[in-house]
Design a binder for this molecule. Structure first.
Ligand code: XMP
Length: 321
């Protein structure tokens, strides 16, 4: 089925919300639905739409897969509880790390994450809760990039011919699929979400795994998690579209306290972009770059090299895998 984009200039957020709330109610009827909230603008928006439509008949979960940012589960759960939306944390770290073990190829890692989410975790949650529906925050750009074969976005199923009802036992509802990120931000604002959410830079579904070149194991996630925290602290006032830290697979020779230190390499990216289709590197002041290098090499154990990516998208993509 062809999806028609709703352009931001044609969007009336109030009407859109009313229409989507009605659609969700009529599809789910008197049944139950589940959804996974990551704290990004897309899943936050869909959580609010779903909660308005279904109230307590929507069960919202935060999937703690071991790949999320520092303190993220607790932060997001308490923020939504403050908005009156109950969220349950599901600890599935072992399932995700088992699924990722030994994998190095980017698309194989993405496929493993998709299966861990949709077959294993959501499959089990719908069986346990009796829900027949999964609400999720797929956006127009996700569909476009996957269908174009650029990157398999973790949440694209139906558009790749996957019948989720047959394969996983639930129907997927995607209320934001006609919108790109800037339009979703407008809807998020109209839904009363705080600015910290509706202005939040995008974060990929495969989470920090999208920023690890090579094998994804807990120790390597921890390195990129610590570097991410520093990058976010230092670059949050730049107004950039997105900023991130990537852990490279190969190590390089460094020197510390007069001794050889064969250590890790972190690459920093900071993007100017409208909707993630094209991007250019932010012209960060040199003293900002200097501080990033200083902090990452002193605060993240084992890192001896920090680089800044100066490539445009295309040919780069925003994330590393
Ligand atoms: P790329 O790396 O393809 O990223 O240039 C484009 C935008 O999409 C985000 N991204 C994802 N979002 N599932 C998502 O929901 C994914 O699998 C995924 N991969 C990338 C990325 O952060 C950027 O904003």
């Amino acid at each position: 089925m062809k999806i028609e984009e709703i352009r931001i200039e044609d969007l009336d957020p109030g009407k859109f919300i009313e229409q989507k709330v009605q659609e969700i109610s009529s599809v789910v009827g008197s049944g139950l639905a589940i959804n996974a909230l990551s704290g990004g603008v897309d899943s936050s928006t869909v959580t609010m739409l779903g909660y308005r439509a279904l109230g307590e008949r929507l069960k919202t979960y935060f999937i703690e897969n071991g790949l999320m940012r520092h303190d993220e589960p607790q932060k997001i759960v308490s923020l939504f509880e403050g908005l009156g939306v109950p969220v349950e944390i599901v600890d599935v770290q072992k399932q995700f790390f088992d699924a990722l073990k030994g994998l190095r190829d980017p698309e194989e890692k993405r496929e493993a994450i998709t299966q861990a989410f949709y077959r294993d975790v959501f499959g089990q949650l719908v069986r346990e809760s009796g829900a027949k529906y999964l609400l999720q925050g797929t956006n127009y750009t996700d569909v476009e990039e996957t269908v174009a074969g650029i990157k398999r976005q973790h949440n694209i199923l139906e558009q790749l011919g996957i019948d989720t009802e047959k394969r996983y036992g639930y129907v997927v509802i995607e209320p934001a699929i006609q919108l790109r990120k800037p339009a979703i931000r407008e809807v998020a604002k109209a839904l009363g979400l705080p600015e910290g959410i509706y202005h939040r830079p995008p974060f990929p579904g495969p989470a920090l795994a999208a920023r690890i070149i090579g094998e994804v194991i807990p120790e390597r996630v921890e390195i990129v998690r610590r570097a991410t925290k520093i990058v976010e602290e230092e670059l949050c006032d730049t107004g950039a579209f997105q900023y991130l830290a990537i852990l490279h697979d190969d190590r390089v020779t460094g020197v510390r306290k007069g001794k050889r230190d064969y250590g890790f390499q972190i690459e920093v990216r900071c993007w100017e972009s409208k909707d993630a289709i094209m991007g250019s590197p932010t012209r960060l002041p040199y003293d900002v770059l200097d501080r990033l290098a200083e902090r990452i090499t002193t605060e993240v154990p084992g890192v001896v090299s920090v680089t800044y990516n100066i490539t445009h998208k295309p040919p780069s993509t925003i994330e590393a895998i």
